[in-house]
Design a protein around this ligand. Sequence first.
Ligand code: THU
Length: 130
Amino acid sequence: MENDILIDYAKKAMGNAYAPYSGFSVGTALLTVDGEIFTGCNIENSSFGATICAERCAVMKAVSEGCTSFSKIAIVSSGGNYTYPCGICRQFLSEFMEDGTVVLFDDVIGEIKEYSLDSLIPFAFNLNRD
Ligand code: THU
């Protein structure tokens, strides 16, 4: 799947962000190993700690539809520059994304950066690891 296509999906999803408290909208597009795309946006809450990040939103949509293996996620934000997934989302993604790629987009310079998820969360927690 072309990064450009995933970024377009993420940008569209960002339009649905519910972020009245931070004013910071995030959109994601998650690619399953079967080629399906699930999008996500951040959903804030009056009780700030209840906020769901855009990455976990996409993962929850996918897993609840029976898709549990992902190869790539694209992340965009209203901040304009590269938006790296938070620590909780890195851990959350690592459950379902072995050898996965994280694609970030900087809207200001119009450039893409790619990382392996492993490089963003080396030694992710895993109950089954020996
Ligand atoms: N946010 C995400 O959606 N993903 C991240 O990886 C980091 C932060 C959201 C949460 C909150 O709604 C806003 O960005 C500001 O923290």
